[in-house]
Design a protein around this ligand. Sequence first.
Ligand code: GRF
Length: 204
Amino acid sequence: KRVGVLISGSGTNLQALIDHTLDPHKGSLAEIAIVISNKEGVEGLKRAERAGIPTKVISHKAFPTREAFDTAVMKELDLMNVEIVCLAGFMRILSPAFVTHYRGRLINIHPALLPSFKGADAHQQALEAGVRYTGCTVHFVEVEVDAGAIITQEAVPVEIGDTLEVLQERVKTYEHKSYPRALELLARNKVSLDTSNGKAIWNL
Ligand code: GRF
């Protein structure tokens, strides 16, 4: 399956997806066809380039509306015959038209155990709530942000005295295992989205 990855930053999850899909021992059914960033010069683009994967910068600032930006991204993905879209630290909210176009083939990773701690400051919320476990979730993307049927989750302990940075780093090590697993489940049709009710259909 041809995969497009959308990023905005450091791209450590992208790196995990690259390492997984390019490892001949893994026999992955997924192949990253393009990496698109809405920000130029970010480390994630360099990671893709080092792996010989085509990249494209599409700056949201170059478009008058969210819809116009999304249409440009959609055009590029469809041009590359992308079948699955992975959001990996992509910091733009996608319009309903985009989400509908790729519904069931569009997945995201969130650094918390959804439905807890939605939004951009998940680790801050976890620390403030005083939970002893947080984690990460890979889920199908729906129009509602950080909603959508869950594909994989990992629980990660919060240690007493954790700072934001320490917790974020610990959760990321789990993200890097969870995202390739989720992508592989989708690429192998082991999971799909029932678009009539938004629930996952498992076929293990
Ligand atoms: C990750 O924590 C991910 O869960 C969140 O954004 C972060 C991206 O990190 N959606 P990276 O760019 O993959 O290192």
